[in-house]
Design a protein around this ligand. Sequence first.
Ligand code: MTE
Ligand code: CO
Length: 426
Amino acid sequence: MVDSADDGGSKDNARRQFLKAGLGAAGGALAVAGGARAAEPDPLITEVQDWTRYLGKGVDATPYGLPSQYESDVVRRSVPWLTADAKSSVNFTPLYALDGTITPSGLCFERHHGGVAVIDPADHRLMIHGMVERPLVFTLDELKRFPRENHVYFLECAANSGMEWRGAQLNGCQFTHGMIHNLEYCGVPLRYLLEEAGVKPQAKWMLTEGGDASLMTRSIPMEKIMDDCLVAFKMNGEALRPEQGYPIRLVVPGWEGNMWIKWLRRLELGDRSWEQREETSKYTDLLADGVARRHTFVMDAKSVITNPSPQAPLTHGKGRTVLTGLAWSGHGRIAKVDVSIDGGRNWSEARLEGGSSKGVYRFYHDFDWDGSELFLQSRAIDEDGNVQPTKNRLRAERGENSIYHNNGIQTWHVRADGVTENVEVS
Ligand code: MTE
Ligand code: CO
């Protein structure tokens, strides 16, 4: 390689030598991919570019860092016709543009029922009362004196994929599966706070209430509270984002997102479930026989291929291809993910990367695409042996009326030209 113009005489000489070496390397890479490209000099290598010619911005130009300007289309997106007003609405995580397992804080889908509460942490209080020996009120500073834990958990809204019950509808995994995020939480186990308050023996349920304008409430059984629920104040190492419940939110690992009360302000212990709006008219599943399932808290084993997908088509042509996606289960760990490129006729085991109990796993399947159309599917199997069902099986068991808890197998149709669409093969 040439590192200075002096070695080869003139600057042009140096560029010509660089070019030869560069083409050699590129030729090798192309042979592997099976593509073809004209062997023309690449000005991006042979010409000095602006970003090399001029000094860049110095430190402190952006005290709180932002993504590259070239990533400006990687954003949360909403579906305007889904809700009447943004204050009680949802937007979706751009899963197709992400990799690894952790969701970047600024890209977490949002689901608010009364907008984002703006709370000065100095003014925030958490109250515990009801069937306890000592009703207590905690300031944030007091909460932070209890032992903390860090865990990576997914939060999936029970309505994720809900629009897909009757057939393929939304064209992109952002919209079909983007009501999920996976964060590292830092918080205090709720049982420590309850030990402080003293739980009366007859207490079996806890009502949890948020401090936003919707005053969202959910009842949670005490076994779950004492097992792994957290009062979290950090996500991905920094303070919770306002959208995620700043200054504190309830973390209910593996259970439906609606129970993860944001802007958490009140915990009341009682001897039965409160059966409030979010656990009666919402978050129950009307079955074919007219009976509604209720208390369906756990999010079942589920997966989705994020690339290729409708927002991330296969533009590179045949040859070396990376298929990747996400898998998770509210029951615990993911044991295995199978993928199919022919609509479920043949399956092969995907390679799992990262992941944690009640957290998201990343899977990969690297293959040589022959350029023919594909029907991509993935199927998650968790450590308890739960297998992600086909959509037909789900509908056979649960009827056509449901919205929540759709963990059916998703199919993407990749056309020969690479364009990818949401279809159903069940
Ligand atoms: N908590 C309060 N206080 N208010 C809300 O509107 N929405 C719930 C839950 N907790 C909600 C709430 C629902 S339905 C979901 S899916 C999750 O928060 C969404 O969490 P996120 O906004 O961090 O994605
Ligand atoms: Co929800």
